[in-house]
Design a protein around this ligand. Sequence first.
Ligand SMILES: C[S@@+](CC[C@H](N)C(=O)[O-])C[C@H]1O[C@@H](n2cnc3c(N)ncnc32)[C@H](O)[C@@H]1O
Length: 189
Amino acid sequence: MIRATEKARHLMGQIVKPGDWVVDATVGNGNDTLLLADLVGPSGRVFGFDIQAAAISATRLRISHLPQVTLIHAGHETLAAHLQTLESTGDRPALAAAMFNLGYLPGSSKNIVTQAGTSLAGLEQALAALKINGLVTLVLYPGHPGGADEAAALRSYAQNLPDNFSVAHHARTDTQRPAPELLAITRSG
Ligand SMILES: C[S@@+](CC[C@H](N)C(=O)[O-])C[C@H]1O[C@@H](n2cnc3c(N)ncnc32)[C@H](O)[C@@H]1O
C-alpha cells in the first residue's frame, strides 16, 4: 500500500507545472521542498516554511543550487503575511499547490510538533491563495501524541469547506494503530 507521504508527492507530480508558485508548509529535512523545486523548475517559485532553525539550515544546504527556493524561518500561519509582502512588490502570489506534512521532524525533538491551531491557520491561508485547479495536501499523523486531535480538527475543517473545494481523504483501514492519513483538497472554482 502506498504511504500517505508518497501519495501526496504523486499528486503533486500530476498538478504542479514548470513556472508555478508553490508552498512547502513544513520544510523539515527538505525532501518535499526538493520535489517541488524540481516540478516548478527555474522559472517557478517555492516558498518553504519551518519553525526550526535546524530544518531551515539543513535544507538550505540541499537547495543552495536552486534559486527558485525561498526558505522562511517562520510558521506556516504567517503564510498570508509573507505572500502579502510579495504582492506589494508587484509579484502575483496565486499558488498552484501547498504541501503540509505535519507532526515532528524525524530524528529531532518530538516536542516540536505541529499544532491544530497553527495548522488550521496555515491551511486556511493556503486555500485563500490557491488558484483554480490548485491542490493542497496534508499528511496527518493521528498516532502521534496530540496528533489525533489535530487530525480530527483538520478533517472537520476540510469536510466543511464551501462547494468550490473538493476533498479526498485517504486512510488505511487495515492497521491496528492509527496510520498516517492524507487529505487532498482541490479548488474547482
Ligand atoms: C514531518 S516534518 C516535515 C517533513 C518534510 N516535509 C520533509 O520532506 O522532510 C514536520 C515539520 O513541521 C515543522 N513545523 C512544526 N510547526 C510548524 C509551523 N507552525 N509552521 C511550519 N513548520 C512547522 C517541524 O519543525 C518539522 O520540521
